[in-house]
Design a protein around this ligand. Structure first.
Ligand SMILES: N[C@@H](CCC(=O)N[C@@H](CS)C(=O)NCC(=O)O)C(=O)O
Length: 236
């Protein structure tokens, strides 16, 4: 379903009723790896939300990040409160949801292999942000990023070798799992930003290609939010 313009700050997803005031606000970006995780979950659960885009990630003004003192996205604003971080936002969306869809959370992963897999997805997500912010935005290249890239590639190699088993180990009675959603968002972000080639990781690519066919994935495909229109000034 095509997003419509929000009241003041961005697109509104209209999965359920879209009465004014009904949608929560997700502060983030359509191009952001961590933001996409709760966006996918919101679509899967049918929770209406309004995206409040953060256009400039270089600013150090916490107000721009919904008053997150860590200067990070995403956050969730609802009922006068702000909640920081992708996983927190996903859990709050489940609380808000009227759907009975079953989400598998990380605490349900029982084996070392499953727990390692989730840990390495989180690690690779953080490494991706480090590389995008440091090397693409900051135009830096030094031992800090060389080591980050090596650990990132090591994590991806491990995930490529073990993702089949990690996916098989997920409880069969589920609609989604945070593991699958975070893995999809990670692999597609590599391709979107071009930080590392994905060809060396055929199992991860195969998973992402399949998971990307879900409507919730297609409705949240990465893109850069169009900057706000400049306010027209009257000629004197
Ligand atoms: N711990 C946070 C990490 C979020 C994060 O790193 N977000 C990235 C965008 S995908 C960000 O805010 N980058 C800006 C920066 O690192 O300064 C979470 O789980 O949501």
């Amino acid at each position: 379903m095509a997003p419509t313009r929000g009241t003041d700050s961005g697109p509104v997803n209209q999965l359920r009723s879209n009465k004014p005031g009904n949608a929560v606000q997700i502060i983030g970006r359509s191009s952001s790896l961590y933001t996409r995780v709760p966006l996918v979950v919101a679509h899967e659960l049918g929770v209406p939300y309004e995206l409040a885009p953060v256009f400039d990630l270089t600013t150090a003004d916490s107000a721009v990040y919904g008053n997150n003192p860590a200067l990070k996205i995403p956050s969730l604003r609802r009922a006068g409160s702000v909640l920081f971080g992708a996983e927190n936002v996903c859990r709050a969306l489940e609380d808000l949801s009227e759907s009975r869809r079953r989400i598998v959370w990380p605490e349900e992963l029982r084996s070392d292999l499953s727990r390692n897999a989730q840990e390495l997805v989180w690690h690779c997500m953080a490494a991706q942000v480090q590389l995008v912010f440091g090397t693409i935005i900051g135009k830096l290249d030094n031992i800090y990023f060389t080591k980050a890239r090596a650990g990132f590639e090591g994590g991806l190699r491990w995930l490529d070798e073990h993702c089949k088993l990690a996916l098989e180990a997920l409880p069969a009675e589920r609609d989604i799992s945070l593991f699958e959603v975070t893995l999809l968002c990670l692999i597609e972000h590599l391709e979107f930003r071009g930080t590392l080639p994905v060809d060396p990781y055929p199992s991860l690519v195969a998973f992402a290609r399949t998971y990307a066919t879900r409507p919730a994935a297609q409705q949240t495909a990465y893109r850069f939010d169009p900057p706000p229109e400049p306010v027209a000034t009257e000629a004197r």
